[in-house]
Design a protein around this ligand. Sequence first.
Ligand SMILES: Cc1cc2nc3c(=O)[nH]c(=O)nc-3n(C[C@H](O)[C@H](O)[C@H](O)COP(=O)(O)OP(=O)(O)OC[C@H]3O[C@@H](n4cnc5c(N)ncnc54)[C@H](O)[C@@H]3O)c2cc1C
Length: 418
Amino acid sequence: METRELVIIGGGSAGMAAAISAYDQGIRDILILERGPFLGGILNQCIHNGFGLTYFKEELTGPEFLTRFVNETKKRGIEYKLNCNVTSLSRDKVVSYISQEGAKQIQAKAIIMATGCYERNAGAIGIPGERPAGVITAGQAQLYLNEYGYLVGKKVFILGSGDIGLIMARRMTLEGAKVLGVAEIMPYSNGLNRNIQQCLIDFDIPLYLSHTVSKIIGKGKLEAIEISKVDEKMRPIPGTERRFECDTLMLSIGLIPNNDLLDNIGVSVSSTRGSKVNEHMETEIPGVFSCGNVLHVHDLVDYVVEEGKVAGLGAAKYLQGQLPTHENVLYTKAGEGIGYVVPSCIDLANAEDKVQLKFRVRKPRKDVYVEYRLGDKVLRRMLKPAIIPSEMEIISLDKKLLEGEGELTVSLVEKEAK
Ligand SMILES: Cc1cc2nc3c(=O)[nH]c(=O)nc-3n(C[C@H](O)[C@H](O)[C@H](O)COP(=O)(O)OP(=O)(O)OC[C@H]3O[C@@H](n4cnc5c(N)ncnc54)[C@H](O)[C@@H]3O)c2cc1C
C-alpha cells in the first residue's frame, strides 16, 4: 500500500490552507485528495464579492480568493489529485478512495479532514403537498447558474434566509428572474446583516419573518406555493395562508458538516455535528485533524483558512513528534444561550499562550454579557450591545487564566443579573 506523511481530504479553502501551513512548517510529503474537478471547493461557484475582507484586507470574489490559495499550493509543489472521492477511513489512518485509477488505499501518518458541508434539502423538513420538479436547494441553483449557465426558474420563492438564499435572491434577480419573497420561520433572519441589506432590501424583495411554506402545489412541475405565519411553536397558523404562483421554490434552510467519514469510524461528535477537537483541531484520534465547514459551518471563508492553518500546523507538529498525547485536558462547555463552542477541549500542556474559542449564540440578544467561567470562577465578562446567531464570535483567552478546576463555560448573562 502507498504510504504518505500527510493526506488532506478536500481541496477547498480549508484543505489548501492546511496544506500550505503544514508545508511551511517543514512537511514535504503531502497529498490533497479532492472529489471535484478543481481545487477551491464551494468558492468556485461563489462569483459574488465579499470574500477576503478580514484575511487579505481587500474585497474579492470567491474565485479570486481561491486562486490565491491555488497559486500558493502550486508554488510549493504540493501534490493534489482531482476527481478523487474518499469513500472511507480507518482509525489507523488508512484512506480509501476511488478515482479514474480505480479503487486505492493509502496508509497516512496524519490526516486532515476538510470536506466542507452540505445543504439541508426538502426531505429534511417534510413540507405538505405535492412533490413536483422545481424545488431545489439554493447552493444547487447557484452551481447550475454560476458554473453551468442554467437559470433554474423565472418566478422564484425562497424558503429560509440563510446567506446562500439571500445571495441567490440577488443573483436570480440580476439574471432576470422575479424573486417574489423570502420566508423565514424564525422571527429574525439567519443571514448576515450585510446580505439582508445588499441582497433583499436593495432589490425590494420582501422578507416574511415568522413564516414558512405550508403547501407545495403542482402536478409534475411546481405551480404555486402557500406560505403561512407560524405560532411560537413554529406551527403554521390556519387562516394566514398566502399563495404565490411560482415555478421554483429555492431552499436555504441550513448547512450540515459533511462529517460522515469520521462519523463512520465513531469519532465523537460535538453539537455542531462536526467532530470534537482540541485547540490544534485534532480529534480524539491522535494525528487526525478536522477544519473548516466539516467542523462547524462558518459564515466567512477568512476564518475557514485561519482554522485550516491551525490544523496544518497541528498536523506538522504531530508528524514532527511535538504534539504528545493529551494529558492535562480542559473541557469547554456551551452554557446558557450558547449553541456551541469550538474547540471541545484544550490540551493545556501543548497549547499556545493564547487560546482561541469560537462560538455562536442560539438566538439574537441585546445588551448581554458574554461570560467565560472556569468551574465557578468568572474569568471574564464582556458586554455585547447586540449578538446574533448568524455571526460567529471569536475570543482569545490567556492560557495562564485557564489553570484551575472545572470546565471552561461560555454563557450569556443578563445585564441586570451581573
Ligand atoms: C453560497 C455561499 C456563499 C458564501 N458567501 C461568502 C461570502 O460572501 N464571504 C465569505 O467570506 N464567505 C462566504 N461563504 C463561506 C465560505 O465560502 C465557506 O465557508 C468556505 O469556502 C468553506 O471552505 P471549506 O474548505 O471548509 O469547504 P468547501 O469549500 O466546501 O471544500 C470542501 C471540499 O471537500 C471536497 N470533498 C468533500 N467530500 C469529499 C470526499 N469524500 N473526498 C474528496 N473530497 C471531498 C469537496 O468537493 C470540496 O471541494 C459562502 C459560502 C457559500 C456556500
